[in-house]
Design a protein around this ligand. Sequence first.
Ligand SMILES: C[S@@+](CC[C@H](N)C(=O)[O-])C[C@H]1O[C@@H](n2cnc3c(N)ncnc32)[C@H](O)[C@@H]1O
Length: 218
Amino acid sequence: MVDRELIRYYRARAAEYEQIYYRDKPGRRAELEAEGKRLEQLVTERTVLDIPCGTGYWLQRMSRTADHVVGADIAMEMIEQARDKTVSGPVDFVLSDLYSPAFAADSFDVIALGFWFSHHPHQSYNRLFDMITYPLRSSGLVWMIDNNPPAERPVFQSAGQDKHSNHYVRRYLEDDTEFTILKNYFTRDQLEAVFSPRFRIERLTCGRNYWSVVLAPK
Ligand SMILES: C[S@@+](CC[C@H](N)C(=O)[O-])C[C@H]1O[C@@H](n2cnc3c(N)ncnc32)[C@H](O)[C@@H]1O
């Protein structure tokens, strides 16, 4: 399940990753800001697992209102970026593989997955859903945000599909190092069909650049 090429890509990209949030694209910035506000509200006085936390963009935001945020990522390079951030409340970091997490059952009120769902292969959603529901409290919620194709331009370069209809894209670092990584895109109908068997969809927001969802396990 661990995707070594994806990990290699993100480890190499850690120092430049967060530029995705600060591009001079008012439409994208407005959608991200609106989602940030909804997320702050969702996690107010909650205990949150942010996995994978990456450079801590959403973790920093959630720390404004959450009781406690645990950021977990497989890449120490990402966690180091996240640790450098100024946060507003208690946070901790764990070096952890999303698919073999070291978290006890019933530990968190919210599991946050920023820009992860698109990297998970179609053929094994149940494994991901098992992983994210296990550490959740019974009243807990899952939050996700991810890309729609317009958010990728002008860097969007398709590299084809595999037999499970997973889509691959080419990505380049600032020094032109090339990576090919799994990245899937979804319509609203596809998201509803994927989540509905296991979750009640509390909110599904499909913007031009991003989609986001709040899910309650059934
Ligand atoms: C697209 S970034 C998302 C970071 C953050 N959630 C955000 O929204 O900015 C993907 C992250 O997944 C991490 N990652 C990749 N494979 C992983 C795995 N098997 N377990 C945990 N983290 C992983 C990478 O190191 C990277 O930080």
